[in-house]
Design a protein around this ligand. Structure first.
Ligand code: SAH
Length: 365
């Protein structure tokens, strides 16, 4: 890949882009013009930005670029799910998944190459951690998907929701994830509301408190266990931020402000590990009156895993108990299974750090 000193514009939020234009002696409003070209029209060549003067375009060509990743593959599932494998440098590829549903289209994006957290049931954790993704590499996933889906005007856009549920722990990469969240919500870029941008975390407590101050997006917590001893095993980060610290942080997140906030609680269903009636009882007690919606996720097995997906009966029984206790509990639909299988094979052929299970999303608003 070519080494370049040029400034990358793709990953700049509005404040950064305005600062850039001021620095090169231009008016800050150029930022909104250029952001529109890049993000709404999918343009990466300055010559195509026709409302900029020729002189400015030449200047931009000399000092800046809109760097985009190489699309290694685009796979389509029978159910409409699309998965892209994107090359971000000579050694690393990342995956992005689009999940269309009747009333929405969700894009699941990655925030790191690999993951350092080693959750026992997650294939990403088994590959180890390579590095944080930069702003441009994270927003490029939206850029590529939006362009592939036709760069439609806002009202007709196919991607209505973005979730940070791909590879990596977004709250261990806030320096790059927060500006990207701002770009997703910027009216001159994708204009998504804060209800439609969701950061999913294994529970990095100090960073949960920063969300409200810095980006105010929605939050999903990968809980997966209702007590510390079990969560210490399934989500080892729990040893650092145990439930007695995590639960108050979630409460702080939903408090304040005018809008009715809630947290999405993700709970992977592992046969006889966390799916017994006693676990449901503990979960009900743990959640108390936290405003939340629980999403049960049938486990997706991967090679050499010690876990098995809970039976449909067990999942249904668990859901019923929570519902009876007055909680809002849904089961995540499995999507894109056919290309998920191909994912392991393809990733294996291309780069060894991209092996992982596609995370399927089926949030209920
Ligand atoms: N690190 C962040 C975001 C990535 S994981 C987090 O932990 O939330 C996003 C979701 O993928 C997790 O909540 C988990 O529910 C799901 N996941 C990971 N491995 C899975 C598997 N093997 N089967 C089903 N869901 C899985």
């Amino acid at each position: 890949m070519e080494i370049t000193e040029k400034v990358d514009l793709l990953g700049m939020d509005r404040a950064a882009m305005e600062a850039f234009f001021t620095q090169i002696g231009e008016k800050p409003f150029r930022a909104s013009q250029v952001m529109k070209w890049i993000h709404q029209h999918g343009v990466s060549e300055f010559d195509e930005m026709t409302n900029l003067s020729k002189a400015l375009r030449e200047n931009l060509k000399a000092v800046a670029q809109v760097r985009t990743p190489k699309i290694v593959s685009e796979q389509h599932s029978d159910d409409g799910t699309i998965k892209w494998l994107l090359e971000v440098d000579n050694h690393n590829c990342i995956e992005t998944v689009f999940i269309p549903e009747k009333s929405r289209g969700t894009l699941c994006i990655s925030s790191q190459v690999g993951c350092a957290l080693e959750c026992r049931f997650c294939s990403t954790g088994q590959q180890g951690f390579n590095r944080n993704l930069e702003n441009w590499e994270i927003i490029a996933q939206m850029w590529v998907a939006n362009k592939a889906l036709g760069c439609k005007p806002k009202e007709e856009r196919k991607i209505s929701n973005v979730v940070f549920m791909g590879m990596g722990e977004p709250l261990l990469n806030v320096t790059h994830v927060f500006p990207v969240a701002r770009i997703l919500m910027d009216d001159y870029a994708y204009g998504l509301s804060k209800r439609r941008v969701t950061i999913s975390t294994a529970g990095v407590v100090p960073a949960i408190d920063k969300i409200k101050e810095e980006v105010d997006v929605s939050l999903a917590i990968s809980l997966h266990a209702p007590n510390n001893p079990l969560r210490d095993i399934l989500v080892p980060l729990n040893q650092k931020y145990p439930l007695e610290e995590l639960m108050p942080a979630l409460q702080r997140f939903v408090e304040g402000g005018h809008s009715k906030k809630h947290v999405t609680v993700e709970y992977v269903m592992l046969d006889k590990v966390n799916d017994l009636p006693e676990h449901a009882d503990q979960l009900i007690e743990l959640l108390g009156d936290l405003p939340c919606k629980i999403n049960l996720i049938p486990f997706n097995p991967f090679p050499n895993t010690e876990y098995v997906r809970s039976s449909n009966n067990a999942i249904h029984r668990f859901q019923q108990k929570l519902t009876d206790a007055g909680l809002n509990c849904t089961v995540r639909k499995t999507r894109g299974e056919d290309i998920d299988a191909a994912c392991g094979q393809l990733a294996g052929k291309v780069k060894d750090r991209t092996k992982r299970t596609v995370h399927r999303v089926d949030f209920k608003d």
